[in-house]
Ligand binder design. Structure first.
Ligand code: NAD
Length: 260
């Protein structure tokens, strides 16, 4: 057990989660990684970060579609690092379809991971955070927590729900020095977005550049992707003392998308 603060970042084997976990480790926190992927590649990431940052970095491969797995992952993180100070709910998936054709199992999967897992991990972490009178919970929401796009019914429903639980937990933790906030990024060029490009090219008969500029970034006034490092910087801010009175908020990082 170390005297360092300890963080758990879900879905941190790639994209935004990996950037957040990397920033936390480099800031001197013990970190639990979680997510799916190739075992050898994940071990390369884990050991590399541990070596580079000089902190304890562990990996838990829990499949967060299941309530028990969410709770078990939190319990194991607390046991391994002796405490849990920061929980970032970041794991998420996307599926795009008109609602009348939307596969029910895809809807269920998106709600399970993008929304219900947020409930299950916080439920498992809250008692310990309240007892130690310190906790910082960050939920990675989306511009789609504030506005909708067609064909994303499950994702938009889940992300709107994430804001609801963020506000509720903020109230429950308020007098225990437990804070709960959301970060709402616009488009970030991770695998989650990259995977949508070929299908959209085919469906609309567009080039890659047209999909990026005329479809993805159409709503983003800066016409630039948000960078994973931007989200990591916002997460570092939300766990800093300067953010002690930020509670139940959603920090929009969408180049102005939701200002329209
Ligand atoms: P990503 O695909 O790079 O990362 C998703 C992570 O979730 C990966 O580590 C993956 O292994 C993990 N994951 C997937 N299924 C899982 C499961 N069943 N159990 C545990 N982990 C699982 O995508 P990303 O863009 O970095 O997305 C991270 C979060 O950011 C998501 O919640 C997403 O909705 C949100 N977000 C992304 C964007 C964007 O444009 N990329 C914009 C707004 C919000």
């Amino acid at each position: 057990m170390s005297a360092r603060k300890a963080a758990l970042v879900t879905g941190s084997t790639s994209g935004i989660g990996l950037a957040v976990a990397t920033a936390f480790a480099k800031a001197g926190m013990d970190v639990t990684l979680n997510g799916l992927g190739d075992a050898a590649e994940i071990e390369r990431i884990r050991s590399g970060l541990e070596r580079e940052a000089g902190v304890s970095v562990r990996y838990d491969g829990a499949n967060l579609m299941k309530a028990d797995a969410c709770a078990g992952m939190v319990e194991n993180a607390i046991a391994a690092h002796g405490r849990l100070d920061v929980l970032v709910n970041n794991a998420g998936i996307q599926f795009v379809s008109p609602i009348e054709d939307f596969p029910v199992e895809k809807y269920d999967a998106i709600i399970a991971l993008n929304l219900s897992a947020v409930f299950h991990t916080i439920r498992a972490a809250m008692r310990s955070m309240k007892a130690q009178r310190y906790g910082r919970i960050i939920n990675i929401a989306s511009a789609h927590a504030h506005v909708a796009s067609p064909f994303k019914s499950a994702y938009v429903a889940a992300k709107h729900g994430v804001l609801g639980i963020t506000k509720t937990v903020a109230l429950e933790g308020a007098t225990f020095n437990v804070r709960c906030n959301a970060i709402s990024p616009g488009y970030v060029l991770t695998s989650l977005v990259e995977n949508q490009i070929p299908d959209t090219m085919k469906a609309r008969g567009l080039t890659r550049e047209q999909v990026i500029n005329d479809v993805l970034l159409a709503a983003q006034p800066t016409k630039e992707f948000v960078k994973v490092e931007d989200v990591a910087g916002a997460a570092l801010f939300l766990i800093s003392p300067a953010a002690d009175q930020i509670n139940g908020a959603a920090l929009n990082m969408d180049g102005g998308w939701t200002a329209q």
